[in-house]
Every structure is written in structure tokens, then in C-alpha cells.
Design a protein around this ligand. Structure first.
Ligand SMILES: Cc1cc2nc3c(=O)[nH]c(=O)nc-3n(C[C@H](O)[C@H](O)[C@H](O)COP(=O)(O)O)c2cc1C
Length: 200
């Protein structure tokens, strides 16, 4: 376990690290918080992720720079073929096919309020490949911002959030590549299904 913990300090930065978290047959973008060398999550009770963590006690954090995956997993259930089922020690995890960098963790609910759970993570397996460094990219960064706002906008329909999504969407169209542009159009179409004609 010593080497598992040591490498995590180089993977995660202090603060919130945006990753794709899988639980049982489910994937969603989630923030993993690193503070004083410990990992945790704050998860809204309405999510499948929260339900599965409470029931099963594990997650797999995937490090991805795929803008379409962030948008899709925020709004859709991925088909079963996206998942690989793997035994790690005495837990069976579901992780995403095709993503090389992932960390399997036990997930323990430390605290709870009416709307969220506070989850402590203990890494049990780290699978990291030597990949080239990824420079900061405003296309992906603005997809992330727009998608976070979108997951809230579909709940509260606050017009201010729609303005923020539009602002980040404009930056994606200016700074992003083809995948980023595909992702923002997909995001607009998911939002329009819930709140018609928000994005024309
Ligand atoms: C980049 C990003 C980070 C997110 N982080 C969190 C988080 O830390 N906790 C949370 O409850 N929701 C978070 N969300 C919102 C969830 O991804 C969203 O509610 C999703 O629909 C939950 O899916 P599920 O029901 O399959 O778990 C985040 C969304 C994005 C785009």
C-alpha cells in the first residue's frame, strides 16, 4: 500500500480533481478532493453514484481528457459494453474500457446531510501508464465548466446558469478542437431535451 499512496501524491493535486467515477454499471463525472494527502468525495444523494457507494463501498476514478465522455456520462447511462468487470482483492469493480489510467478505491460514507454524502476514499489499486504530459487546454476546461453548470441548470433552470453555459460554450467554439465542439453541441442537445430551446 505504501507505493500506492506515494504515487497518488503525484497523480492528484491538492483541491478538487475532476475525473470520471465508475460504480456498479454506472459512470459520472465527479470531483475527487485531495486534502492533506487524503482523498474524499462529496456526492449528491440524488445520484446513482451515491446510491451505489452506500450499497457497495467502492469506486474507480478514471483520469480522462475526453470532452465527449465528460458530457455523455453527466447526462446518460453508458451501455454495459463500456464496462470491464475486474476483481481486485476481495472486491469486484466495474471500470471503463479503453481508459488506461484508473485508481480503484474503497469508499466509506463518513458523514451525511439531507442532500449529500461525505465519502472517504482508500486507494486499493493504481493503474497508471506512462503518458505524455497534457498541456492546459481551454477547450476541455470550458467543457468541464459548462457541464458542471448544465448538471445544475437542468435541476433549477436558473437563467444565470444558462448565460454561464453560453459563455463557456462560446470559448469552446473559439479555443477547442473538433471533439470539444462535438461535446458542447451534445451538451446543448441534452439541455434542450429538458428545457426546450434554451440553446438554438
Ligand atoms: C466535472 C464535473 C464534476 C462533478 N462533480 C460532482 C461531485 O463531486 N459530486 C456530485 O454529486 N456531482 C458532481 N457532478 C454532477 C454529476 O456528474 C451529475 O449529477 C451526474 O448526472 C450524476 O450521475 P449519476 O446519477 O449516474 O451518478 C459533476 C459534474 C461534472 C461535469
Amino acid at each position: 500500500m505504501g507505493s500506492v499512496t506515494a504515487s497518488l501524491d503525484r497523480i492528484f493535486s491538492e483541491g478538487i480533481n475532476e475525473v470520471i467515477v465508475t460504480t456498479f454499471k454506472n459512470a459520472a463525472p465527479m470531483g475527487i478532493i485531495m486534502k492533506n494527502g487524503s482523498l474524499s468525495m462529496i456526492v449528491f444523494c440524488t445520484s446513482h453514484t451515491a446510491r451505489n457507494i452506500v450499497r457497495d463501498g467502492w469506486i474507480v476514478a478514471h483520469i480522462s481528457h475526453d470532452p465527449v465522455l465528460f458530457v455523455k456520462t453527466a447526462f446518460e447511462d453508458l451501455p454495459e459494453k463500456y464496462f470491464i468487470i475486474e476483481n481486485i482483492g476481495d472486491i469486484t469493480v466495474h471500470r471503463l474500457n479503453g481508459i488506461q489510467n484508473w485508481i480503484a478505491c474503497t469508499a466509506y460514507v463518513e458523514n451525511k446531510t439531507s442532500d449529500r454524502i461525505f465519502v472517504k476514499l482508500e486507494p486499493v489499486h493504481v493503474n497508471i501508464t506512462s503518458v505524455l504530459p497534457v498541456p492546459v487546454h481551454r477547450g476541455l476546461n470550458n467543457i468541464i465548466e459548462a457541464t458542471v453548470h448544465a448538471t445544475r441548470f437542468i435541476m433549477n433552470k436558473d437563467p444565470w446558469l444558462a448565460d454561464l453555459i453560453r459563455h463557456h460554450g462560446d470559448l469552446v467554439m473559439r479555443c477547442g478542437g473538433e471533439q470539444d465542439k462535438k461535446a458542447i453541441k451534445l451538451l446543448y442537445s441534452y439541455i434542450n431535451e429538458v428545457v426546450p430551446e434554451t440553446f438554438l
